[in-house]
Ligand binder design. Sequence first.
Ligand code: ADP
Ligand code: MG
Length: 307
Amino acid sequence: YKFSLNDLIDDGIIGEGSFGTVCKMKHEKSGTMMAVKYIRSTADEQCQKQMLIELDIVMRENTCPHIIQFYGALLEEGDCWICMELMNTSLDHFYKFIYHKLNQFIPENILAYITLSTLQALDYMKSRWKIIHRDVKPSNILVSRTAIKLCDFGISGKLIDSITKTRDAGYRPYLPPERIDPMRATGDGYDVRSDVWSFGITIYEICTGYFPFREWKSVFDQLQQIVEGPPLKLTIDRLSDDCKDFVNICLNKDENQRPKYKQLLEHSFVQKANNLQQKENTIAYLSDIIDDLEKNTDTFRLCYYLP
Ligand code: ADP
Ligand code: MG
């Protein structure tokens, strides 16, 4: 039903992104807790409208269990608040906590289920709504005790584009070679396969515990490493050939040879995770880690780890 900002009680900041802040808020009448993302009025009107249309569509009919639930969007003088389901954490915090605080690996069957969930969400948005995400990364994959859910589709990419048009290019570590290389500028068309690359980097990261590249000093530095450097390959003995193959085909530098979602969904790495038993194993694991994480919030700070 309808509600306004006055019905919400602020309950503290959850996190801050490149162009907004996410807060925990309580809807007073119903007691519902939600995550509210506030976006400063930087985006141009056209882009904001488009964003709200997309949100609205997904709000009305979200039949994918791996897409975050939206409660509504509030607009005021160009500022924008997006209200959504509150989750416990995002995949970036989650994997860094496991690898660097608990000093454990994420078991491969769990990795496979997380990969499958994200893939199903991306495929759903593309095939059902023709929405390309444009900002696939670990912080846009949210984790609760019972599910893995994708958020920020269609929002971030378009916003970033509209902001970067007016400001400097900015730091976008998950961009594929074809989006960085000025010689291959593909104009405004953003292909799903660019998302497949970002998805590949994301899965690489949760498999290893590290972002695969060292921090770049400039966009030129990034261009040199990603466009001109050798292809990135996941090679770790601990992981199965299935797992490595899945990640490595997503990281093909030639976007025309990168698989699309339908093909990835048939890959045996995720097919093996596609059953109730794996879902239950994953839920039990998520629950345990989140219990641990919540006990550790004061001592654990998010930071960057070098490979
Ligand atoms: P970014 O995705 O670039 O980190 P955002 O502004 O989208 O920036 O989000 C900031 C942080 O807020 C995320 O890193 C995530 O940890 C957290 N967050 C976002 N949405 C939710 C949500 N619905 N539930 C819980 N945490 C969230
Ligand atoms: Mg985000």
